[in-house]
Design a protein around this ligand. Structure first.
Ligand code: CP3
Length: 394
């Protein structure tokens, strides 16, 4: 499906932004930068706005979700907004009993750890989400209308990144009924009852895929799939029992394309996100997709393999090593250790430059943390990192 002409990618407002160019393996005047969890408790303006509103209620309030998404863009001058929402929002929208407890994370009314519990979920039609997700689409539209007017010095509008949780990470919460350390219930179910596991993964893939598609159709210029807890898996289990569902989730955005007659055949581009060329210099590009997980050093190649254009790397694997693991020509995102945000500036400065130097081996690099911003972070450190990344040569 071709994106509507007013979509920021189709209209040419974000298709040559630093972010989108990096995701297709091109370098710009400088390295683009954003931070996972840039919207949230590290910002006093966020804490003030959230007083008296529960997390999931904030996600379903379009004006509030848009404002929270924009706060870090205005404050830090980052190269992208990440939509303020949560990976469990699509579950909530189709009627699953879930809340987000501060300091803990998603907690469900029950654990979905066996075939009969899974059958309760799969009785819900994932297509029900499309109508229920109206507040999400509205929040994205409001956010993108504002981002269109924010040029952080790159000469383009600021792109919005949409996101969703990967089926395994959602299943890790669903099977435990809440957060866990080792995700034992999910790792047990996949072997104890492969049929129930497949049904659960198939269902979560469609639900989360539709959530991602909603955000892109409403105006997001890139999509990130978070498989935060996939690092708990062996490569064999990941490939056999998880990767097909992640590929299915991404299939819901892979057909969303836009046409360009400008940079598609630029020399030096790897054209990672280009799927069709009609021989006239015009081409159809798909929306760039990033795939990220924590502790997934052993899985990086497989995570690229499910259909990601770029791979997000946590802080455990240096980017030059990650580049070898994902294979040549793959753009990378990451990977400053969030722990260093509280270190003295000279230490942080050195670490940022080291990440940039190692990231230079990839065709495109988007600077980020190796996981989310810790809530106690002094936000001025983040602003300073953005300045440093932008000043350093690409
Ligand atoms: O800036 C951003 O990155 C924006 C949006 C965002 C949130 N959650 C907002 C949020 C994103 C991309 C997520 C994804 C998410 N949610 C993931 C994948 C990313 C990751 O961190 O690995 C996961 C595993 C979740 C589940 C979840 N939701 C957790 C573990 C928590 C933290 C609980 C806590 O209080 O420490 C949440 C809540 C949450 N999601 C908050 C925010 C801003 C904090 C809520 C608050 O401020 O009260």
């Amino acid at each position: 499906m071709i994106l509507p002409p007013q979509h920021p990618l189709a209209a040419g407002r974000t298709s040559d932004s630093r972010l989108v160019r990096a995701y297709r393996g091109e370098r710009s005047d400088t390295t683009p930068v954003w931070f996972m969890r840039q919207a949230g408790r590290s910002l006093p303006e966020y804490r003030e706005l959230r007083v008296g509103t529960r997390m999931l209620d904030a996600c379903l309030d379009p004006a509030m979700a848009a404002e929270i998404t924009l706060q870090p863009v205005r404050r830090h001058g980052v190269d992208a907004g990440i939509f303020f929402s949560d990976i469990v929002v699509p579950l909530k929208l189709v009627g699953v009993d879930v809340e987000i407890q501060p300091g803990r994370g998603p907690v469900f009314g029950k654990a979905y750890a066996d075939a009969s519990a899974v059958a309760e979920l799969t009785a819900i039609d994932p297509a029900d989400l499309d109508e229920a997700a109206a507040p999400i689409a509205e929040a994205v539209r409001r956010t993108v209308a504002e981002l269109n007017a924010i040029d952080n010095g790159s000469g383009t509008a600021t792109p919005l990144i949409g996101f969703a949780g990967a089926p395994f990470t959602l299943a890790a919460y669903l099977t435990e009924g809440g957060p866990s350390k080792d995700h034992l219930a999910a790792r047990t179910l996949m072997h104890a009852d492969p049929g129930a596991w497949r049904a659960l993964m198939h269902w979560t893939a469609e639900l989360t895929g539709r959530f991602l598609r909603t955000q892109v159709l409403a105006g997001a210029s890139a999509a990130q799939l978070f498989d935060s807890w996939a690092g708990a898996l062996s490569l064999a289990d990941y490939e056999q029992l998880v990767a097909p569902a992640s590929a299915r989730a991404l299939s819901f955005v892979h057909d969303l394309a836009y046409s360009t007659d400008t940079g598609a055949t630029d020399a030096g581009a790897t054209d990672a996100a280009t799927d069709v060329s009609n021989g006239t210099g015009a081409a159809t590009r798909s929306v760039p997709v990033v795939h990220f997980g924590v502790g997934t050093g052993e899985l990086l190649g497989a995570m690229r393999g499910v259909g990601a254009d770029a791979v997000g790397v946590d802080y455990r694997v240096p980017l030059d090593v990650a580049a070898e693991r994902v294979g040549a020509g793959v753009p990378l995102q990451g990977n400053l250790d969030p722990a260093l945000l509280a270190a003295p500036w000279p230490v942080l400065d050195r670490a940022v430059r080291d990440v940039l130097a190692r990231g230079a081996v990839a065709p495109g690099h988007v600077f980020n943390l190796g996981h989310g911003v810790p809530p106690a972070t002094d936000p001025t450190a983040l602003t300073r990192i953005v300045e440093l990344v932008h000043e350093a040569a690409a």
